[in-house]
Design a protein around this ligand. Structure first.
Ligand SMILES: CC(C)(COP(=O)(O)OP(=O)(O)OC[C@H]1O[C@@H](n2cnc3c(N)ncnc32)[C@H](O)[C@@H]1OP(=O)(O)O)[C@@H](O)C(=O)NCCC(=O)NCCS
Length: 206
């Protein structure tokens, strides 16, 4: 549970959020994991494509009572076959990426709540979907928030579709159709606009 007992909301990311996301990407703790083989500009460009519907990934902003605190995204692994093969996704699985951008919000349970909210959001749309995440194996905080949400470790190894040869810790939360044990968060998201995208590239890296 978030330590302030607060409510976490998720809403679709818009172009007006990119300035804030840029600030977050430049934070050393975020850059350390997000910019391993990428740049701020490349990440923002990817997000622009998600926002515009050219990519099949949906980007969301997470906010608590203090305002926006981070972002996350999800996609169907089937839309990114190389990444699906790389992480060994089952058909229909979803993949996720996430970051708490506000330094003061880290280490207070917000990331754990964010994963819970995102899983709920995906389950409501794809009840049969398992959820895959593959943080770098050395990203202990990222692994913990998955484990605290009952993700199961499938293996640790490099993933060819990721921009680094470092070992990734591949986690999967099995589908739990009909079980929507809503976390202590409120999930509020605008309707999805889903254009006919190309699904180019591998699954977005985190
Ligand atoms: C990873 C991240 C989402 C976690 O969110 P958070 O709000 O900080 O996490 P929480 O407070 O919910 O929980 C963090 C857990 O990791 C542990 N942890 C945090 N930093 C740690 C570290 N350096 N070493 C070991 N454990 C650590 C905490 O103790 C806690 O586990 P516990 O409750 O069992 O003690 C957030 O820190 C973040 O966005 N970091 C930068 C970007 C990033 O790494 N994104 C993920 C890329 S895959």
């Amino acid at each position: 549970m978030m330590q302030n007992g607060g409510v976490l909301t998720l809403r679709r990311m818009g172009a007006g959020d990119l300035g804030l996301v840029e600030t977050w990407l430049r934070d050393p703790e975020v850059a350390r994991w997000y910019l391993v083989a990428s740049t701020v500009e490349a990440e923002l460009d990817d997000l622009r494509q998600c926002i515009g519907g050219a990519e099949q990934t949906e980007a969301l902003i997470a906010a608590d009572s203090s305002g926006p605190i981070g972002w996350c995204q999800w996609y169907l692994c089937d839309d990114y076959p190389d990444h699906a093969a790389g992480v060994g996704a089952d058909p229909g699985d979803a993949g996720i990426d996430y970051a708490i951008g506000e330094p003061a919000s880290r280490g207070r349970g917000v990331g754990t709540a964010l994963i819970g909210a995102l899983v709920t959001y995906i389950s409501q749309r794809h009840p049969q979907a398992g959820v895959i995440a593959d943080p770098e194996a050395s990203n202990v905080a990222s692994r913990r928030v998955l484990e605290k949400n009952r993700f199961q470790l499938r293996g640790e190894r490099p993933v060819v579709s990721e921009p680094t040869s470092a070992p990734m810790a591949i986690y999967r939360l099995p589908p739990r159709p009909g079980v929507l044990d809503l976390p202590p968060v409120l999930v509020v998201v605008a309707p999805r606009r889903r254009a006919a995208g190309t699904g180019v590239g591998g699954g977005p890296a985190c």
